[in-house]
Design a protein around this ligand. Structure first.
Ligand SMILES: Cc1cc2nc3c(=O)[nH]c(=O)nc-3n(C[C@H](O)[C@H](O)[C@H](O)COP(=O)(O)O)c2cc1C
Length: 200
């Protein structure tokens, strides 16, 4: 099968790309609303793009044409955010944060999820998240109806039992990150990893 995203299949681009480019990591992004409440929302159009400097990007679309989601609106004002990463235990809470609550109402308070202060920015992180990246906005690209937020990572918080502090090896058994799969409700565990030797 071949699909023409320049012309006739463009209408199916979301279904095709989000269903086929899998698994995707999920950024569970916290931002600060104008009234000081902590907004949290998941975004699976997300990845890391470099380490020198350390950069990540995610893509919050508009809620309706011309109306940005709360995350994008908060970012425009504060230029700071935290990317929290979810594990199996937190997966349902992460997805529950996709509910459209009124602006200024915290998804985290609604779900009884605690926050912890960040060290380099004012936006708090999710206390129970196994990994949190404190970020500042480097730039936001508007490409057609897409918005690509590029962030500089300032600090990484990692739960002690998932990283060996000497060699920085990740303990997947303890981490248990999840990924986004096809369809609106598809997710994957990461409990079936395999190794392949790299050529020199
Ligand atoms: C797992 C998951 C991944 C999502 N990924 C995205 C995404 O990449 N971009 C996007 O605009 N919305 C995405 N959404 C929908 C947003 O999370 C949802 O619109 C949310 O209400 C936005 O919250 P906000 O208005 O507080 O920013 C995703 C939802 C889920 C459950």
């Amino acid at each position: 099968m071949e699909f023409d995203l320049e012309e006739k299949d463009l209408k199916n681009a979301y279904k095709l790309l989000s269903g086929l480019v899998t698994p995707r990591p999920i950024a569970w992004v916290t931002t600060l609303a104008e009234n000081g409440s902590v907004n949290a929302a998941p975004f699976s159009f997300f990845n890391v793009f470099g380490s020198q400097p350390p950069i990540i990007a995610f893509a919050p679309g508009n809620r309706e044409p011309g109306i940005p989601k709360d995350t994008a609106r908060n970012l425009r004002r504060t230029r700071e955010f935290v990317v929290n990463l979810a594990n199996e235990t937190l997966a349902e809470a992460m997805v529950a944060c996709a509910a459209s609550l009124p602006s200024g109402v915290s998804e985290l308070e609604h779900l009884n999820l605690a926050t912890a202060p960040s060290t380099s920015i004012r936006v708090p992180r999710i206390a129970d998240a196994p990994v949190s990246l404190e970020c500042t906005e480097w730039s936001t690209l508007e490409i057609g109806k897409n918005r690509l937020v590029i962030g500089l990572v300032k600090r990484i918080h990692v739960q002690d039992d998932i990283l060996d502090s000497h060699n920085l090896h990740v303990n997947l058994e303890n981490y248990r990150p999840i990924g986004r799969m096809h369809g609106p409700d598809g997710y994957t565990r990461t409990t079936d990893c395999f190794l392949i030797d790299r050529p020199d």
